[in-house]
Design a protein around this ligand. Structure first.
Ligand code: KG4
Ligand code: ZN
Length: 335
């Protein structure tokens, strides 16, 4: 039997992406057309602009992914598409493209949850298997997920307000740094002096694996505001260092709680914030102390891409759990 080829499509936010993945793990192509530059001038993603861009790009991106993989539509075993959560107008572009091809070529269709995709980015490069704990940290999500086996996901904790990446973006904006704020703050933080500024950590109730970042964001705003009132200038690197330390502390220690509770040996970190250098370093240190293994996707697979969507679809493909052509897109969608 030939190894299954899955075409993945991802349009949930500001990246138009298509990829061909063989056997759930081998990336034959992974084309990502980013709109970051367009949204940068607005300081964030503008949903209507994103949808229009996806419409303009989707056909080219899919054609390029097939060409780079040297694959014809007729060779495909299935088409996997992100159907939520995300910007509904943006999602609909990918879902419609996937359904059109599935219908025209009679190829099975698989709807994929965006967060499952981020988790599966780790399976593309690492030979790990469940059970594991996933820390999903992106612009829209901050979640601790227990994955007992392939395709099953149990929430252990989630953010009660802002996502970690969202906090990064908002704080960066208040400091006059460019969008997206994560990479800019990450770079600056390494130039700051630890301990110069100390910001609060939201631990919430004893033992809670939930997160909250809005208080931290307000603390930075207050700090900036008070300094301005007093005519002081704070070193942006020290603010970035203090903010990043507060975020990482909470992310890592709550992950440790999740590991202790579930007794897993592996943690995968997923989503755009998984690119954070400080988070990687600290998580690895704590993993060594606690006796678990922390896995991070390579940088290009941390942010939104379609290879991770095709990878996440693979276990469902093997079970034959396909979607019908009435598949819809959902702004919010349970995992
Ligand atoms: O997963 P992603 O590409 O899109 C969503 O699904 O949200 O994540 C984007 C988020 C942005 O908020 C961005 O600021 C953040 O990931 N990010 C980072 C870093 N690189 C990207 N945050 C912290 N440190 C980074 N190095
Ligand atoms: Zn994402």
């Amino acid at each position: 039997r030939v190894t299954p080829l899955i075409l993945g499509i991802e349009t949930s936010c500001d990246e138009t992406s298509a990829a061909v993945v063989k056997g759930g793990r081998q990336i034959l192509s992974n084309v990502v057309s980013s709109q970051v530059e367009i949204h940068q001038q607005f300081g964030g993603v503008v949903p209507e602009v994103a949808s229009r861009r996806h419409v303009e790009n989707i056909t080219c991106v899919i054609e390029q992914a097939l060409r780079e993989a040297d694959v014809q539509l007729a060779d495909l075993s299935a088409i996997a598409v992100t159907y939520g959560p995300g910007l509904v107008g943006a999602l609909l572009v990918g879902v419609t493209a996937a359904k059109s091809i599935a219908y025209a070529k009679s190829i099975p269709l698989l709807g994929v949850h965006h967060i499952a995709g981020h988790i599966y980015a780790n399976f593309l490069t690492e030979g790990i298997t469940p059970p594991l704990v996933a820390l999903v940290v992106s612009g829209g999500h901050t979640e601790l997920v227990y994955m007992k086996e392939h395709g099953t996901f149990e929430f252990l904790g989630r953010t009660r307000d802002d996502a970690a990446g969202e906090a990064y973006d908002k704080v960066a904006r208040s400091m006059g740094l460019p969008y997206p704020g994560g990479p800019a703050i990450d770079r600056l933080a390494h130039e700051g002096t630890p301990g110069t500024i100390v910001l609060p950590r939201a631990w919430l109730e004893e033992g809670s694996m939930d997160f909250s970042f809005s208080g931290l964001k307000s603390a930075v705003l207050n700090l900036l505001h008070n300094a301005e009132q007093r005519g002081q200038t704070l070193n942006p690197a020290d603010i970035a260092e203090a903010f990043q330390a507060a975020v990482i502390d909470v992310l890592v220690e709550k992950t440790v709680l999740a590991v202790r509770k579930t007794n897993v040996k592996h943690v995968v970190v997923a989503g755009g914030v998984a690119a954070n250098r400080g988070l990687r370093k600290r998580m690895e240190e704590r993993a060594a102390e606690e006796g678990f293994v922390a896995v991070f996707p390579p940088l290009p697979l941390c942010t939104d891409n379609a290879a991770m969507i095709a990878a996440a679809a693979y276990p469902f493909y093997k079970k034959g759990w396909f979607h019908d052509l009435d598949l819809n897109a959902y702004a919010s969608l349970p995992l």
